[in-house]
Design a binder for this molecule. Structure first.
Ligand code: ATP
Length: 929
């Protein structure tokens, strides 16, 4: 047997090199340097013996190894290898098997890394038999086939195909060589490979290779089977899920059939579902769940193709299917999908449905019916109703125009699908265009042409509480036959209340705009934004007012962004109506988008009518009585309006009426009990049913004198307005938008220095008005006979005093210029001693020249004065129009209005002709230039 002395390179566990194989291993620097030296010394590439160490803890080398050519040694970069720790890389190419006669004895040198040994080259004497070679080829081919089928990557597939080709072509003598090549290229167990290395006999080698191939094939078949069975079990679960759903749907159908024909179901005891007896809806968990999911799915499928909402819903639906049912994430996604599916997406409204939505508007009697509806719901408010009819007419025109536009676009789309080639008409012989629809261009669901947004004006009802702002909104919705939703914005501080929370928050939900839209169930409801003046502005919770701006802006609201829904929501078809008590706290940009409709309040007469026609019937019904049980006399109603409720609207009146009716309900019930009668019966007469057996009597008429017994002592007793020196009554509009009378009190403070003291929570403007008024009076003191010479100061002569001006209700902030003329009169009264009648009230702004300028809130102020039983109102000449247009005729007939241009005219109207002296000759004549 040939021998040779070779350097031994030990291969640490589990490395192995077979003939034909190639390996790269790290080696110590010392070993590397020895081998490099060897390369330099020898002419050809040196040969070494790569011998495996058979186990991790083995102290000896394996008996068999592989003679290998040194292909390459890589030295690490210089700086890195300074300490000699960094390994060199050695690449070897396996040539032939070698036998180590004294493998055991090598262990002394083992640690040094490299050493020389005598190795033997065993020679095979018998050539490979054809049988061994053909079995080898067959098993190799089978294994390679399997590997080609199973491998996922293309490069691997290519590699195995190449090997398979070699197996096909190999000759018998070369079969052992191919066995080496295949075993070193394929995955196999280390021990098997080690065993294979020792097989120097070629037939033995082929046999062992065959065994290894069979083993590998069965391993790969088994793993494939396992993978398949896992797949099958998964799809079985899915199958089970679908079957369960189907079963739930079938059960549901059967139950609904049974419910609709109970007699039939009772007569079929063989039916398994009927034998279950009474099923509670609480037992239906799984089925209800499946039904919900089916419902969501159907809604998603009904969404418009290519719409943003559909894409998002489909994506989330797929995510939902991947997530286990019990998980938190599952709940979150499902909740989101429920919201998404329940939203009325404008693009998803079908043509039939859209047609239904527009039915009310197409009605030729729409405006007539709308007017009727407004009259049914509200008394009076003529001007407002007229304005609303105009508004509804515009909404109708715009909607119908938008619908027509959409229809034309749809027809255009249809036409697009027709064949355009002119055809020969058989009868006339002329070229005509046949409207032939190309079947290939038909969509499964034709894209819906969206109605353009209508961008109608946004109404803003402004007025005191209880004047019917909310109920007018409801009437509009009824007239348009659309759902009505009310969103109360009072105290909304957090932007999230408008825009919703992001889905990442625990228990997040959409904002109230989206909630209202979902509740409405239609893309075009009437949404009433109540009390927009009470919404908070920029704070650390965001800016709700800014979010509202986006909602109301027709340019932006076709793609409103709600944080939760996270898909643009089209609000362009929603009719927004806002209400507010005052305009002062509404941001200018918000006001800019609205069309303001003022509701100022009702006269007593109107209130009595409203109570008779609306409030009493409503309260009677609410308290289970009828008009047979109760009559509230007009005098009593008026007394309630004047003495128990003093408000611009009718809300407190409604409450008081409710209290009266409830009181009478108790009386009626007690009476019925006492005579053993049915409380449901009506009583025929207005007088008491004074039966002898009855312990109580019942009087169905409510008179003025009954009120104290029912409602307690009146809150507003007869006004104790006084006629006093220095006291004058002005007119104001409160923060609630109500008009009222406000006393302007002045009094002299002795031992003063001619100063003005102001109290009563006054703002800057009203303080300036007071200064202006006093300065005017001081300047005119001589003309008004207050002082004896022009140079005298009325506050220092004859005595030196201060003047104190106070506006009562000190806790309420007051501001504005309209108390100017009342202050002038109060100062004149104080300094002259003349009094202004307590039946007179006044309002008007003054200038330093003594002119009287117009003021706002005339209707409210006049109504407030009327409520306070003022008989004469002094107001600026510039406000005549307002009185004529806004103040009801009955009030104009009951009160006297004096319109003034100058303060001299004010004094004459307030104190009476010539009560306040005027030194005529000295009156300043105004320039007429
Ligand atoms: N002109 C009217 N005719 C009939 N009923 C009326 C009229 N005005 C108000 N009402 C009734 O008064 C009650 C209060 O009205 P509503 O709630 O609309 O007031 P509001 O102006 O919205 O008040 P707030 O500013 O407090 O919201 C309702 O029951 C309403 O029907």
């Amino acid at each position: 047997m040939p021998t040779s002395t070779l350097f031994i390179v030990p291969l640490s566990f589990p490395l192995i090199l077979l003939p034909t194989g190639r390996i790269t291993i790290p080696i110590r620097a010392t070993v590397g340097e020895v081998l490099l030296q060897l390369i330099q010394e020898s002419e050809a590439q040196p040969i070494v013996a790569a011998v495996p160490i058979p186990a991790v803890d083995s102290a000896s080398l394996h008996e068999w190894g592989c003679a290998a050519r040194v292909v390459r040694i890589v030295r690490p970069p210089k700086g890195v290898a300074r300490d000699g720790q960094q390994p060199y890389l050695l690449t070897l190419h396996g040539l032939s098997r070698i036998h180590l006669p004294d493998a055991e004895g090598a262990q002394d040198h083992f640690e040094d890394g490299i050493f020389e040994r005598i190795v033997e080259y065993p020679q095979a004497t018998i050539p490979p038999t054809p049988e061994a070679a053909s079995t080898f080829k067959a098993t190799a081919a089978r294994l390679l086939d399997r590997l080609i089928q199973d491998s996922a990557s293309d490069t691997k597939k290519e590699f195995y195909t190449k090997l398979a080709g070699m197996v096909d072509d190999v000759q018998i003598q070369r079969a052992p060589w191919l066995a080496d090549l295949l075993i070193s290229s394929l995955n196999a167990e280390y021990t098997d490979k080690l065993d294979f290395l020792s097989a120097f006999d070629v037939n033995d080698r082929l046999k062992r290779a065959t065994e290894m191939f069979i083993k590998q094939t069965s391993i790969s078949e088994v793993s494939k089977k396992i993978a398949q069975s896992i797949d099958e079990s998964l799809s079985r679960q899915q199958k089970e899920f679908f079957l369960r759903q189907q079963r739930a749907a079938i059960d549901r159908e059967l139950r609904s059939i049974q419910r609709s024909s109970p007699s039939q179901s009772r007569s079929s005891p063989s039916d398994p579902t009927s034998s279950t007896g009474s099923t509670s809806e609480l037992d239906d968990d799984e089925q209800a769940d499946a039904a919900d999911m089916a419902d969501i799915r159907a809604k998603i499928e009904a969404m418009a193709q290519d719409s943003e909402e559909r894409k998002t819903a489909v994506r989330e639906w797929r995510r939902l299917r991947r997530i286990p049912a019990g998980s938190v994430e599952h709940g979150v996604i499902r909740n989101y999908l429920e919201w998404l599916a329940a939203m009325p997406w404008p693009a998803s409204v079908g043509t039939v449905e859209a047609d239904r939505l527009l039915r009310a508007l197409r009605d030729r009697e729409f405006l007539l019916k709308a007017r009727k509806q407004l009259d049914i719901d509200h008394y009076g408010l003529e001007k407002i109703k007229k304005r609303l009819i105009e508004y509804l007419a515009v909404v109708r025109l715009k909607e119908l125009q938008a619908e027509k536009g959409a229809r034309i676009a749809q027809e255009g789309h249809e036409l697009h699908k027709t064949d355009d080639t002119p055809q020969l008409d058989a009868n006339s012989g002329a070229l005509v265009k046949l409207e032939k629809i190309d079947p290939t261009s038909i969509h499964p669901t034709p894209p819906r042409i969206r109605r353009k947004s209508t961008k109608g004006p946004i109404l803003l009802f402004v007025g005191p509480p209880g004047t019917g702002k909310t109920s007018l909104g409801q009437s509009i919705a009824r007239a348009l036959d659309r759902p009505f939703q009310r969103i109360s914005l009072g105290g909304v501080r957090d932007e999230a209340e408008i825009r919703g929370h992001r889905r990442t928050y625990v228990a997040s939900s959409p904002g109230n705009i989206v909630q209202a839209l979902r509740k409405a169930g239609r893309p075009d409801p009437v949404i009433l934004l109540d009390e927009i003046d009470k919404i908070a502005h920029n704070n650390f919770h965001g800016d709700p007012a800014a979010a509202l701006l986006e909602v109301l802006d027709p340019e932006q609201n076709h793609s409103f962004h709600d944080h939760y829904i996270n898909v643009p929501v089209d609000l362009s078809q929603v009719l927004f109506i806002c209400t507010s008590n005052t305009l002062e706290t509404i941001a200018a940009p918000l006001l800019d988008r609205c069309e303001i409709v003022h509701l100022s309040g009702y006269t007593y007469n109107e209130k009595i009518h409203i109570a008779r026609r609306f409030l009493i019937p409503k309260q009677l019904q609410a308290n289970a009585l009828t008009s047979d049980h109760l009559i509230i006399q007009d005098t009593a109603l008026l007394h309630v309006a004047t003495h128990y409720t003093r408000e611009a609207g009718v809300r407190s009146l409604e409450r008081a009426v409710g209290a009266i009716i409830r009181h009478k309900a108790v009386e009626w019930a007690e009476y019925c009990d006492s005579i053993n009668a049915d409380p449901d019966a009506s009583i025929p007469a207005t007088t008491a049913l004074g039966k002898e057996t009855a312990t109580k009597i019942y009087n169905k008429s409510v008179e003025k004198h009954d009120l104290e017994r029912i409602l307690g002592i009146a809150r507003w007793e007869e006004e104790e307005r006084e006629e006093r020196r220095g006291l004058v009554y002005g007119l104001v509009v409160t923060g609630m938008g109500e008009g009222d009378v406000m006393p302007v009190e002045t009094s002299p403070v002795p031992e003063g220095s001619g100063k003005l003291k102001l109290t009563g929570s006054l703002g800057d403007v009203i303080k300036e008005s007071a200064d202006l008024a006093l300065d005017w009076v001081k300047a005119r003191a001589y003309d008004l006979y207050i002082t004896k010479s022009r140079s005298q100061d009325p506050l220092k002569n004859p005595d030196s005093i201060d003047v104190h001006l106070h506006l009562p209700s000190g806790a309420v902030k007051k501001d504005g210029p309209s108390a100017g003329i009342a202050m002038v009169c109060a100062f004149v009264s104080l300094l002259t001693g003349a009094c202004v009648s307590s039946d007179i009230a006044m309002t008007g702004e003054i200038t330093l020249r003594g002119r009287v300028g117009p003021v706002g809130g005339i209707k409210e102020k006049v109504l407030g004065a009327h409520r306070a039983r003022i008989t004469k109102v002094i107001m600026p000449w510039g406000n005549r129009q307002d009185v004529e247009h806004d103040v009801p005729l009955e009030i104009r007939q009951q009160m006297k209005f004096v319109f003034v241009r100058t303060l001299e005219e004010v004094l004459e109207a307030a104190f009476g002709k010539r009560v306040i002296g005027q030194r005529r000759s000295d009156v300043l004549l105004e320039s007429r230039l």
